[in-house]
Design a protein around this ligand. Structure first.
Ligand code: FPP
Length: 251
């Protein structure tokens, strides 16, 4: 039996949304940790630490309104370019967060999935992700895609490579290749298209996050640094999403 999410500490309750105005899949770029820390005279790593609570508050707030899938950009294939100290911190931090949050995610009925490349990723991080995936595999309340060592172009190139091999082996003929078949070679073929793409900190970039899945996403850029984000910010973004006119190419 899953436990319901705990209400936000302010006592705030979600606005009433009509079901068709709830995004099925929300992608979040958790940006602004470094600036949050800098404003307080703290090391950048303190900003990342403060960002943990924001992510897990969003998970509970997403469950409260019936979101099915949430994807969090926890470490990108480009983040290896950061200082060795920050990379080391982010690796250890991801490992520890996954370990300390997995039981809570399981109690809430959250299915945790790792999306990303194994190459270069610390073995200990992969191990924690795999344990969390196994523990939560049958959960159905919400799917949380932890995108760790994820890059959108890398995902597409890996899919193209696997497909090229399949063609070379005669398993697939080039004439059969269409969007549906191509998608089946992506990291998570069952991932829904992104409905709402969120980024904190006021920056307006997608930074290589879920390009294939976001072609018809609505973008909302939140003017709040990531550690200051909570579920109330998410609900405001969903209200904004509800006001958008989604046409998917139709007139
Ligand atoms: C961006 O802030 C954030 C990242 C590089 C990804 C890491 C995200 C977290 C650690 C948040 C919580 C994650 C988990 C797994 C709970 P930044 O360093 O780019 O900030 P800046 O743009 O202000 O420098």
């Amino acid at each position: 039996m899953n436990r319901p999410p705990k209400p936000h500490r302010s006592g705030a309750r979600p606005p009433k949304f009509s079901p068709e105005k709830i995004p099925g899949h929300i992608a979040v770029v958790m940006d602004g940790n470094g600036r949050w820390a800098q404003e307080r005279g703290l090391p950048r790593t303190a900003g990342h630490e403060a960002g943990e609570a924001a992510l897990f508050d969003l998970v509970e707030g997403a469950i409260e309104i019936g979101v099915q899938e949430l994807s969090a950009y926890a470490f990108s294939t480009e983040n290896w370019r950061r200082s060795p100290d920050e990379v080391k911190f982010l690796m250890g931090f991801n490992r520890d967060v996954i370990r300390r949050r997995r039981d809570e995610m399981n109690e809430l009925g959250v299915k945790v999935r790792w999306v990303g490349r194994p190459k270069r990723l610390w073995k200990s991080v992969i191990k924690e992700l795999e344990i969390a995936e196994e523990l939560t595999q049958t959960n159905q309340v919400l799917t949380l895609n932890m995108c760790v060592n994820y890059g959108g172009r890398a995902e597409i190139v890996d899919a193209a490579t696997a497909l090229a091999h399949a063609v070379q082996l005669g398993e697939v003929s080039p004439a059969e290749v269409n969007e549906k078949l191509f998608q089946s070679y992506l990291d998570e073929p069952t991932m829904r298209d992104v409905d709402l793409f969120l980024r904190s900190s006021g920056e307006m970039r997608t930074s290589n996050f879920l390009p294939w899945q976001s072609v018809y996403a609505e973008f909302v850029f939140m003017d709040v640094l990531w550690p200051d984000v909570d579920r109330r910010v998410l609900w405001r973004a969903v209200e904004e999403y509800g006001r958008r006119d989604r046409r998917f190419g139709k007139a």
